[in-house]
Unconditional design. Structure first.
Length: 364
């Protein structure tokens, strides 16, 4: 069973309340114009598959989706959507490949890694963007008692990681946490060799909450010198006072890093263009809900995040349209981190390979 993304906490928040921004460097408004929604839905034929199931994993990126489900946004335009929670992306990928679900909300790094056991990457289309990292939403942490490491400058820490001098725990090699670590290390002129032995990964079947707990356990026991956490686990860990943040990994080339998106099998998108258009129109409205800090906090609390933690968690951005450059960005970061992307590109993943370059793409 999927676990809630944060356990109830009694500790008082020590980080300042985060302010939600609008799509970082892209400068794109989260408010979807009526013309965009009309382009996706007006005059279209009936949806080919009205009843669809959408898989998701409890996370910050799923917050607008769950808000949209609650408000009935996805049961319009001829659609009837059933949400289905999964413990991790691997389970989702298998469900998508088998036809158990028609659309999956998951991490780019997992779904698009050709080394993934599910082998779903070459079969996919990106049908929507979900979540991009924001300022300080990914961090490298260490035990507060590790005063030697916490006193080192970032360049020294990066060099120690690259040289296998210290160990680091991450959820998985195909996780956004690992990709952000690799991007940061490269920006510090200390690239980490692919799948280096001093990078420790959590159990293969660990859901995000369990993976974060395992990373903190590794740090506390000394099995790992440091670990990478993303929100809300980063704030939750820092609020305990037991760990300190060594580096903000949401910086440099990983600033505004695309984290999660919506995926469907190419054969489904080709056979169901009106269904995808209706989904895309509903998704745009749901993503616009991400403009409200209060709404996102409420969605997090519905996922069992304590209200004080929800109020202090750093929150990234919720794009409303598919931006091919964004997809190329995450593929570039994955490639630099040693993940296998094969021939994947924004063109192959959005079905625009032969349509020329485009700054944005509205499906449908």
């Amino acid at each position: 069973m999927p676990q809630p993304i944060g356990a109830p906490r009694s500790a008082r928040p020590v980080r300042s309340r985060a302010r939600l921004t609008r799509l970082g460097a892209l400068g794109l408004s989260l408010t979807v114009s009526a013309s965009v929604l009309t382009a996706c839905s007006s005059g279209s034929a009936s949806v080919e598959t009205p009843d669809i199931t959408i898989g998701y994993v409890n996370s910050l990126g799923s917050a607008p989706f769950l808000l949209g489900i609650k408000q009935g946004l996805f049961n319009t335009g001829g659609l009837s959507v059933t949400p289905k929670a999964y413990a991790d992306d691997t389970d989702e990928e298998k469900a998508l490949k088998s036809g158990e679900i028609q659309i999956a909300l998951g991490d780019y790094t997992s779904f698009l890694d050709n080394q993934n056991a599910a082998g779903v990457a070459p079969l996919l289309q990106v049908v929507g963007e979900a979540y991009d990292a924001g300022s300080d939403t990914f961090g490298l942490v260490a035990a507060r008692t590790n005063t030697g490491l916490s006193a080192d400058p970032a360049t020294t820490i990066a060099s120690k990681i690259a040289g296998a001098g210290i160990s680091v725990s991450v959820p998985a090699f195909d996780s956004p946490e690992y990709v952000s670590l690799a991007a940061w290390a490269m920006s510090e002129q200390a690239p980490v060799p692919s799948r280096q032995s001093n990078i420790h990964t959590a159990a293969a079947d660990a859901d995000p909450a369990s993976a974060a707990k395992q990373i903190l356990s590794n740090i506390a026991s000394g099995n790992s010198s440091a670990g990478v956490l993303q929100e809300p686990y980063l704030t939750q860990a820092l609020e305990t006072g037991k760990v300190v943040e060594l580096a903000n990994l949401s910086s440099g080339t990983a600033a505004d890093m695309p984290v999660s998106g919506y995926f469907a099998l190419t054969k489904f998108t080709q056979s169901n263009p009106n269904t995808i258009a209706a989904f895309d129109a509903a998704l745009a409205q749901a993503q616009a809900l991400g403009d409200s800090r209060v709404s996102i906090e409420q969605a997090l609390e519905a996922q069992s995040v304590d209200d004080t933690l929800a109020a202090t968690t750093q929150i990234g951005n919720f794009p409303s349209i598919v931006v091919p450059a964004t997809i190329d960005n995450v593929l570039s970061l994955m490639n630099a981190a040693g993940l296998q992307i094969g021939t994947l590109s924004s063109g192959t993943l959005t079905g625009t390979s032969n349509s020329g370059n485009s700054d944005t793409m509205t499906l449908g």
